[in-house]
Design a protein around this ligand. Structure first.
Ligand code: BES
Ligand code: ZN
Ligand code: ZN
Length: 503
């Protein structure tokens, strides 16, 4: 999708469709929608009057203009109730308009920037969200379909049109940001949607390298032998059952060499999680190809951060492996010596994400970082707690948590903080080693996170973000198709942007 910003009279642009909007309950459209209505001799008002257009969020109505104006069609998209309006609704409205256009095979379309008129948002944020919604909705999941004749095609051209010249600059800034964010999220979605026979640790590591070259960050890949030399036995133990070699991808972006601050993003990259010897049940096991969603989020975010040239230092680490049962696999009861030094009793080989992350976060702390966030599809327990509506997180630092909340608001990717009462740590006590890798069913999302936290120095600000419930959507949502959501990419990028503005 080629995106451009234009300052022109909307009734005079040559496109297959022009998108205008309407808040729910408005009887007489004003602004751009009002201008189009007038040029169409009140067709929109008539449709409102007859109840065919209500302005509900996600509602779309296509009107043929019969050469009364230049655009061939008008798509009126609902914005919902004015009091419920938000940046997220801007994304949803833009996404709905794209889907409506694609259904009738439109190739070239234009849209006004939802939210900058009566919506009250600044033109940069509003246009960013229009572009995010448009690009996320335009993403196609048919990489592996060979019969392509009935498949939807992407929109070729998408113009954002605004009459007043003085808003063009900030709209253009927003569009650029939106493009980078959504494209990076789509890269992560593509990786997560890919099956595990294609998306192996080596392949995902290769993707990181090419993205590094394209986007402007450095990328080093630690191979099995180097991991052995470093003593990353918690990580290696997980990979032992698979023929696929583990990889630790180290990505560096130095956007502010003068600053001592360095944010570390660590992602769980289990390209397939069968559970290992503590084998999962067959039903639903195919979804475990999404267990590298945390790594995909980190890789995607690194690319966005570098492309946006944020003035902050970021270290990205992706721990990539496959968790399989075999004669060489790790077994329940095994004890491993972690990179940090603590011994871990493996009570359940399916609690593997925390094992690879324990070594990854411990290693990260040897690289001069000043805060760390790990992102992982860690527990089924977080899905029980929050469903698919929010990612769960825990943190040892209120300022860092607040920054994540801000980033989450900016991205529309909901995050919810869970408590870390000191009693929870008791759940992880082992009879035979320093710590065990499961804490039982109660508070499983918290104890899973706290296991990783026990490998983080006390005073280092840390967040553990569990995306097990949000990495995948089983239904079509306004801007997500069924499948991977790319969750985390946009939030992590906003988090880096927050520090970029501060440091
Ligand atoms: N990858 C899973 C968690 C998961 C569950 C991700 C659902 C996405 C959707 C993780 O490795 C796992 O198996 N966790 C176990 C931990 C348990 C053995 C303590 C779980 O949550 O059941
Ligand atoms: Zn598992
Ligand atoms: Zn897993």
């Amino acid at each position: 999708m080629d995106i451009q910003v234009l300052s022109k009279d909307i009734t005079k642009i040559t496109v297959d469709a022009l998108v205008v909007n309407l808040f729910e309950g408005i009887k007489k459209p004003s602004g751009a929608t009002g201008a189009v209505d007038k040029a169409l001799h009140g067709v929109i008002s008539d449709l409102i009057e007859s109840g065919e257009i209500e302005g509900k969020i996600k509602e779309t109505t296509i009107i043929h203009t019969k050469e009364m104006i230049e655009p061939k069609r008008i798509i009126v998209v609902g914005l919902g109730k004015e009091e419920d309006f938000s940046l997220e609704r801007i994304r949803q409205a833009a996404a709905s308009s794209i889907k409506a256009a694609k259904k009738v095979k439109i190739k070239k379309m234009a849209s006004i920037v939802h939210g900058i008129g009566t919506g009250g948002f600044d033109s940069s944020s509003a246009s960013r969200c229009v572009v995010e919604g448009a690009l996320l909705a335009d993403y196609l999941t048919h990489d592996y379909k060979t019969d392509r004749k009935d498949l939807q095609q992407p929109i070729e051209e998408f113009w954002l049109v605004e009459q007043s010249e003085d808003k063009i600059e900030s709209i253009t800034t927003g569009v650029e940001k939106g493009k980078v964010l959504a494209q990076a999220a789509n890269i992560a979605r593509k990786a997560v949607n890919a099956p595990s026979n294609a998306m192996t640790p080596s392949h995902l590591a290769d993707i990181s390298s090419s993205l590094a070259n394209e986007s402007g960050f450095s990328c080093e890949i630690l191979q099995q032998k180097e991991l052995e030399e470093l003593g990353m036995n918690a990580f290696l133990g997980v990979a032992k059952g698979s023929k696929e070699e583990p990889k630790l991808v180290i990505m560096k972006y130095e956007g502010n060499p003068e600053s001592k601050e360095k944010t570390c993003l660590v992602g769980k990259g289990m390209t397939f999680d069968s559970g290992g010897i503590s084998l999962k049940t067959a039903e639903g096991m195919e979804t475990m190809k999404d267990d590298m969603g945390g790594a995909a989020a980190v890789i995607g975010a690194m690319s966005a951060i570098a492309k946006l040239k944020l003035k902050t230092n970021v270290l990205g680490i992706a721990a990539l492996a496959e968790n399989m049962p075999s004669g060489t696999a790790q077994k329940p009861g095994d004890i491993v010596h972690s990179f940090q030094g603590k011994t871990i009793e493996i009570m359940n080989t399916d609690a593997e994400g925390r094992l690879i992350l324990a070594d990854a976060v411990a290693y990260a702390q040897t690289l001069g970082i000043t805060r760390i966030i790990d992102v992982a599809t860690l527990t089924g327990s977080v899905v029980v707690a929050l469903g698919h509506e929010a990612s769960g997180y825990i943190s040892n630092n209120d300022d860092f948590a607040e920054a994540l909340d801000k980033a989450s608001y900016d991205s529309g990717e909901r995050c919810w903080r869970l408590p870390i009462y000191s009693e929870y740590k008791e759940y992880l006590k082992s009879d035979f080693a320093d710590i065990k890798n499961i804490g039982g069913r109660p508070a499983g999302a918290i104890t899973g996170g706290l296991f990783i936290g026990s490998f983080v120095e006390n005073d280092l600000p840390w967040i553990h973000l569990d995306i097990a419930g949000t990495v995948w959507s089983t239904k079509e949502l306004p801007y997500y198709a069924k499948g991977a959501t790319g969750v985390g990419v946009r939030t992590l990028t906003h988090l880096a942007e927050y520090y970029s503005a501060q440091e």
